[in-house]
Design a protein around this ligand. Structure first.
Ligand code: SAM
Length: 344
């Protein structure tokens, strides 16, 4: 039995800019029938606006150095136990090549904010683009307009930079040396420069509430991102948030579902963090409306060192295994570049 208020909230968020009260109603659902209905609605919105397919993005974690101190992240500079590495150009190219051999047409180069020289990154991007017919996505954190510009000129196609929270106080509490306004500026710069832009949040960081998540979803609707990543917060033992509980699975899935229904077009990963809880919940992420899987192609000997949270799922997954994941939810893998689906 689905309550009328749930039908009404769903109708309204599909047809107009979502109201906070409607988002809160839907995010907070906990009755099994209503949850099934919410997730079925978001799957059908995904299938209508993005087709019945899953995109693959090969994640390559190129460096674990970081000069930031994000309270939730195992790479933060105060974690003296973290092992630090930077891949050589040759190692990185090998990772890209193995992803391409598996038929993947997008790589995501991710790192801590390690201050790598702009020019070295530009050279790597240009080399990848010369060698392989693929899209290059960067996830290297906050940099200057000029750096983003140089990387775009070198051939980068997309950039992922999660907003983490649109609530100024929560943002400040989680990032001692970053401000919400500089993050917003970076997202604006990336858009101006013509990147396909991805953003997102963690669900369950201390101090977050259903209301703050509802405001984050309004922000996603306002900014119309090409990609949105939503995953649970997982506490890392060597961070100030070590004792905080992990993000709630159901709230994470509801956040994916509500975001999908409200925003319609973005590519949304069933995140690695969803695959790294007490079991792999990426299937549930796809059932809630996600449409991207990010298999990890970081070199074997570096994988464990990129420890943003414990027990990160980074097993090498065969093409067959990835196809099975998609098939189990009635989707098929799209081996194309899978560029932005936003209209106009
Ligand atoms: N430095 C870049 C940045 O900040 O955008 C990219 C790397 S950062 C590790 C990538 C993402 O990992 C962050 O945006 C954050 O949401 C997520 N993350 C970090 N620590 C996490 C944790 N403990 N649990 C879940 N996700 C986490």
């Amino acid at each position: 039995m689905i309550r009328q208020c749930v039908h009404d909230a769903l109708d309204r968020i599909q047809s107009s800019f979502p109201r906070i009260e409607d988002l809160e109603t839907l995010l907070g659902l906990c009755d099994p029938d209503e949850i099934r209905y919410l997730h079925a609605t978001s799957s059908s919105v995904r299938n209508e606006f993005c087709q019945e397919r899953v995109a693959l993005r090969a994640l390559i974690e190129i460096s674990s150095f970081c000069h930031n101190s994000c309270l939730y992240c195992g790479l933060n500079r105060y974690n003296r136990k973290a092992s630090r590495y930077t891949m050589t150009e040759e190692e990185l190219l090998q990772c890209v090549e193995s992803a391409v051999k598996q038929g993947i047409r997008t790589v995501v180069l991710q790192s801590g904010e390690d201050g790598t020289a702009t020019e070295s990154i530009s050279q790597i991007i240009a080399l990848i683009k010369r060698t392989f017919p693929i899209a290059v996505t960067l996830s290297l954190g906050e940099r200057s307009y000029d750096d983003y510009h140089a990387w775009k000129l070198a051939g980068a196609d997309r950039y992922l930079l999660r907003i983490e929270s649109t609530d100024e106080i929560l943002y400040r509490n989680l990032h001692t040396d970053r401000t919400l306004s500089s993050r917003l500026d970076c997202l604006e710069h990336l858009r101006t420069l013509g990147y396909q832009v991805g953003s997102g949040i963690m669900v369950g960081v201390p101090g977050q509430s259903i209301t703050t998540i509802a405001h984050d979803i309004q922000f996603f609707c306002e900014k119309q991102f090409d990609m949105i990543g939503i995953g649970p917060f997982i506490p890392h033992p060597q961070t100030p948030l070590a004792e905080s509980p992990p993000g709630d699975l159901l709230l994470t899935l509801n956040t994916i579902a509500v975001t999908r229904i409200a925003t319609k077009y973005p590519w949304m990963p069933a995140t690695t963090a969803l695959g790294s809880l007490n079991r792999d919940y990426r299937i549930e992420g796809l059932k809630a409306g996600a449409n991207v899987i990010m298999p990890n192609f970081t070199s074997h000997h570096y994988k464990a060192q990129y420890a943003i949270y414990p027990n990160k799922q980074s097993k090498t997954e065969s093409r067959k295994r990835l196809e099975q994941l998609a098939t189990r939810v009635g989707l098929s893998i799209d081996y194309g570049r899978c560029d932005s689906l936003l209209p106009g």
